[in-house]
Write a protein that binds this ligand. Structure first.
Ligand code: PLP
Length: 352
């Protein structure tokens, strides 16, 4: 079998949840949308079942999948419904829908619910994507409050720059949120991973942890408090020595400057490794750092080996413990979220 392996360390996931929950206080949703950021939503949800206060997903299908696999916790549908007819499934599967615009609100209010629903009412506090503007929020809240079908309302908003503390955006958004919700009773939710870690005033009734739950620092680099959950590795299946001034790979973007030992590894952009990762992006052979040289191909890529490094058959870590995924993401001009969500054609192994 092609040796591309993803290990998901569920013990690390549990560790991260506990750390984040302790830091946030109150209740904490484990954000498991996009198949738990590529980690496998059902496996992750079950690994967290005895710890988690609830889960958050982006789509109805993701919520249904968790319910049908036996998850009975609260599940928040972060973007709400995309069509009014989806409220049928929201009710059938007991999901908590977000409401972030007028048509979602109206469709919810005209429906005859068999049992009252808990609604997450979203405010656009400055990201300008979804949610009611602060000045419209109280009237949306009042419309829900008057409905016999609404059990309770969680007021929430999402930060655009919590991972960039120097931007000042988080404080601006929090101020808008606090003003727009003044006098409105009920629970609140503001903090994503970066805010849980770095913005104490954003820790309200419910936190919503994604990236940090998977052990990745939202601020780049690493965070000693968190343990990476995903480890992507492969093996060297070809090895050769190239003369100085030899070009490598498509586009001949890299030339050896000296006699160079090159390892060929079974991972490429069709597996989700970013093609934009340039030469010098880090990988590790048997725990020792080295680098990608030449362009990433569809099914393989080439790495440099020094004289002391093992070759053929040896393990190469693409990210996980020795190689920080934030470093790979930065080199490739992307974010760790995208890298983790994109992994395909790999064998997943879950470790307790
Ligand atoms: N809350 C909402 C509404 C989100 O869309 C997301 C993720 O995009 C999160 C929370 C989790 O964010 P993070 O992965 O940065 O913790």
């Amino acid at each position: 079998m092609r040796p591309l392996n993803v290990q998901i360390r569920l013990g690390n996931l549990r560790h991260n949840y506990q750390i984040l929950k302790e830091m946030h206080g109150g209740k904490l949703l484990a954000v498991v949308k996009a198949d738990a950021y590529g980690h496998g939503a059902v496996r992750c949800a079950f690994a967290l079942a005895d710890l988690a206060d609830g889960f958050a997903v982006a789509t109805i299908d993701e919520g249904i999948r968790l319910r049908e696999s036996g998850i009975t916790h609260p599940i928040v549908l972060l973007e709400g419904v995309f069509e009014a007819s989806e409220y049928e499934a929201v009710e059938q599967y007991s999901l908590w829908p977000a409401v972030g615009n007028q048509w979602q609100l109206e469709a919810l209010l005209i429906r005859h619910w068999k049992k009252p629903v808990k609604v997450w009412l979203k405010m656009d506090s400055g990201m300008h994507r979804t949610g009611f503007f602060p000045h419209d929020y109280a009237s949306a809240y009042a419309a829900l409050k008057q409905s016999e079908y609404v059990d309770s309302i969680v007021k929430f908003s999402h930060f655009s720059c919590a991972d960039e503390p120097e931007s000042g955006m988080t404080e601006i958004q929090m101020e808008a949120f606090d003003l727009g919700t003044e006098g409105l009773e009920g629970e609140e939710s503001l903090a994503n991973s970066a805010a849980i870690l770095n913005v104490p005033e954003a820790r309200r009734d419910w936190g919503r942890a994604g990236l940090a739950l998977y052990g990745i620092s939202p601020f780049g680099g690493s965070d000693d408090r968190l343990k990476p959950v995903m480890r992507l590795s492969t093996r060297i299946f070809g090895e050769r020595v190239l003369q100085p001034h030899s070009p490598i790979g498509y586009g001949a973007t890299f030339y050896t400057s000296k006699s160079t030992r090159v390892g060929l590894i079974a991972c490429g952009y069709a597996d989700g490794y970013p093609r934009r990762a340039p030469s010098n992006s880090p990988v590790a052979v048997d725990g020792k750092l080295t680098r990608v040289i030449g362009r990433v191909s569809m099914d393989m890529m080439t790495i440099e080996l020094d004289a002391s490094q093992e070759g053929l058959g040896h393990e190469v870590e693409l990210w996980g413990d020795t190689v920080n995924i934030n470093t790979v993401a930065e080199a490739a001009g992307t974010i760790p979220y995208e890298l983790m969500c994109n992994i395909k054609r790999a064998k997943f192994t879950y470790i307790e």
